[in-house]
Design a protein around this ligand. Structure first.
Ligand code: ZN
Length: 461
């Protein structure tokens, strides 16, 4: 149950964001609510984490603890009477939810509702509140994270074409080895086992030498390093954040995921190339986590996929953005960056759980080299998209998109079309047009690597 976010004129939106920023930081002072009414309950299951959202007309407060045998999360919500809306939560848990086996709800005390969430695996819960934003009222959120974070390399190779654990392990061994090798200066030859690499994880096959050598995309020549190149694909929005919504209801988060999944399959078919997704299902990933996921697998490229929206239905055409170190290249680019950067507010992040200092450092280290490479990548991709659809601007634009700020990964954000334009919304929904877009992106990425061969990985994690 995701509702469209009403478009707000830029100045008003900016003021709203400014206010939100301050208020989100003062969440600790949330008052105990009395007689809150539940507006909606939602569950967003994913391998990374499962989110449960309880939306209400006033702020809720809750206490929680983990109980064992069997493992369960117990949450007492104050100021609440058991209602039909709340009971809906029980039926919203999917059988394949990686974390939740089931939910039980009861009136524990007068005005205290107890929710018991039976757990399937060892879980670190995070409970937090979000103030009203966009179309949402007050939200109480609990995120269930695995005690041990999902291995990004394993996630990278767990595509639909790798169903068996054994096959996954084989690719994992190869990948581990290549990443291990290329991290060691002078250790590029694929037949040499890499050992003692700073970034090869113990327990991976970085030190074994049994993998076949995938050729590098593009012609191989002297001075190049033969290794897998990794492309991080970032379908925008997801979960609580629908992104832009078209006039007939097509949601940006759905269409960009469909395009990204197809693009992953296409890139995985390119010899020597492997694609990873920052999200592979309908769940929300904070902007900083998208960058972090790409850096953890030492991605060579980062391609964020979106669909534009504007107040007027006439706006049309695809745009490609790179990061800007200073002012945005146009008012539209700045507006777009503000709109995309607001995703964390709508999707909902637990501000307290984020290390602000790390976040700041990561997001401020953007270099001119990264931007230069990003512009090259952007123009290859823009050129290809221009062959299959209209362009909004004939050149790569620049603005301060948070998701493009990995200091060491050429990064672009592709606004595939205007979902707010009825004609382009229809195209985005059309599988044939999606396939054309995927082709264009694939060719653009391949051309970038052909002209700018991937270098040895010299950076640390
Ligand atoms: Zn977007």
């Amino acid at each position: 149950m995701v509702r469209p976010i009403p478009s707000t004129p830029l100045p008003a939106r900016r003021r709203a964001l400014g206010r939100m920023g301050m208020l989100v930081l003062s969440l600790g002072a949330t008052e105990l609510a009395r007689g809150a009414a539940i507006v909606a309950v939602r569950v967003w299951p994913a391998a990374d984490y499962t989110r449960v959202t309880i939306e209400s007309d006033s702020a809720l407060s809750a206490r929680h603890f983990i109980a064992e045998n069997p493992a369960r999360l117990v949450i007492d919500v104050d100021g609440l009477d058991l209602s039909a809306e709340l009971r809906e939560l029980v039926g919203k848990v999917r059988a394949d939810d990686p974390f939740i086996a089931g939910v039980r709800i009861g009136q524990y005390q007068p005005r205290v509702v107890r929710m018991v969430i039976d757990l399937k695996q060892s879980t670190k819960p995070q409970l937090f509140s979000l103030l009203p934003v966009a179309a949402y009222r007050h939200r109480m959120v609990f995120d269930l994270y695995p005690t041990e974070e999902r291995d990004p390399l394993l996630a990278l190779i767990q595509g639909r074409d790798q169903p068996s654990q054994q096959a996954a392990q084989a690719v994992r061994d190869a990948l581990g080895e290549f990443i291990g090798q290329v991290d060691r200066p002078g250790a590029a030859a694929p037949d040499k086992p890499a050992s003692g690499s700073a970034t090869a994880k113990p327990g991976t096959a970085a030190a074994s030498a049994s993998a076949a050598t995938p050729p590098e995309p593009g012609a191989s020549s002297a001075g190049r390093v033969n290794r897998l190149v990794i492309v991080a694909l970032d379908p925008g929005h997801g979960g609580e954040d629908p992104g832009a919504v078209g006039p007939s209801g097509l949601r940006e988060k759905d269409v960009v995921l469909a395009v990204a999944l197809q693009l992953r399959d296409r890139l995985n078919d390119v010899p020597g190339m492997r694609a990873m997704l920052t999200r592979d299902a309908d769940f929300f990933v904070p902007l900083q986590d998208r960058v972090r996921k790409a850096r953890r697998v030492q991605a060579d490229l980062f391609v964020s996929i979106h669909a534009d929206a504007f107040f007027t239905p006439e706006a049309r055409g695809a745009s490609v953005f790179a990061l800007s170190s200073g002012a945005a290249s146009s008012a539209t680019a700045r507006w777009m960056a503000n709109r995309e950067n607001a995703a964390d507010l709508v999707g909902g992040i637990n501000v307290k759980a984020k290390d602000a200092e790390v976040m700041h450092a990561l997001l401020d280290m953007s270099t001119t080299a990264q931007i230069k490479d990003s512009l090259r990548l952007g123009s290859e991709v823009l050129g290809q998209i221009g062959r299959v659809g209209k362009l909004h601007k004939a050149s790569v634009e620049q603005a301060g998109f948070a998701v493009l700020k990995a200091p060491d990964i050429p990064s672009i954000l592709v606004e595939t079309a205007f979902i707010s334009n009825p004609e382009e919304e229809a195209k985005l929904r059309d599988e044939r047009y999606q396939a054309q877009l995927v082709d264009a992106l694939t060719v653009g990425i391949k051309r970038y690597f052909a002209r700018n061969p991937a270098l040895a990985r010299t950076r640390g994690t």
